[in-house]
Design a protein around this ligand. Sequence first.
Ligand SMILES: [Zn+2]
Length: 364
Amino acid sequence: MTDVLHLTGTVVLDDEREVGEAWVVGGRLTFERPQGATTTSVAGWVLPGLVDVHCHLGLAGDGAVDAATTERQAVADRDSGVLLVRDAGSPADTSWVHARPDLPRLLRAGHHLARPRRYLRHYGLELEDVRDLPGAVHHEAVRGDGWVKLVADWIDRGLPGGGDLAPLWPSDVLAAAVRAAHDAGARVTAHTFSTEALDPLLDAGVDGLEHATGATPAQVERIATLGVPVTATLLQVAQFDAIAAQGADRYPRFAARMRAMGERRHAHVRDLHDAGVRVLVGTDAGGTIGHGRIADEAAELVAAGLPAHDVVAAASWRTREWLGVDGIAEGASADVVVYDRDPRRDVTALAEPSAVVLRGTRYR
Ligand SMILES: [Zn+2]
């Protein structure tokens, strides 16, 4: 007799489909009742495991962290219901996480690609010569799990009119870099705060945008038309005011811009959503933000005016599909999270999963 987990209640497969029950047998999901098994039941709203599409394993405020710390980060993600992480850049080699069945599935983007003095210290691979970007992208594409992370803009402290956000890469270099990733079978996402970096990224054919706080109305339309998803990272953008305060004396232009974008953050994601842009849920944990805060990020998106249904879908089945990872399906790995109430109606439910099941093992 095998031990079987019986999931009952409302099992959400996607936007259209729900079923009343499913079973976990040998780490996999099935919709067929197993014969002669002892079952343990879990009842509630059963969703495909959550996805944090922008966090950083192996990274903390001062750069790379050791394996024990990385493990604690991954466990915090898992216990929050996040069973799939698209890492958005890490200075640590976290490929060992793949061999750990108790830790979330991980799609690594490799190192952030940046330039000296043009990103946070100890975070990225800093290229002295911008022309080295396509080669570095190829290297990261081969080393990672299908994604490459570019830092597209940051403060340039030496600008003639005073320090301000500015693009890191010439447009032709950016285009060659995105081609290099695509040729290696990888997709590219880019950190961008400024207005100036956006059109060259879109021209280059980038596959995702992180933050995108500087998007003008015309750029929002362009992002929508091209079908490029944007990770809103509202927990991070809420810190723009503090970032502005640090640089206010020396870099007033930069500070004013950061403050304005921080204040507009809810209107910004509403504009994206209203234009039809796919808004993704990412905590940006593993820097200044702690891991395990997907419920807080989702609640912020709802506070900004996005429908809870869309936020929950983006934090679960829709983004799993976009990343090419199974949700709840016959024979799929049993990676599910269960709630006592429907998070599509009340997003605060995400903060209180009643069960987290990863690869068939229950963790809470
Ligand atoms: Zn980040």
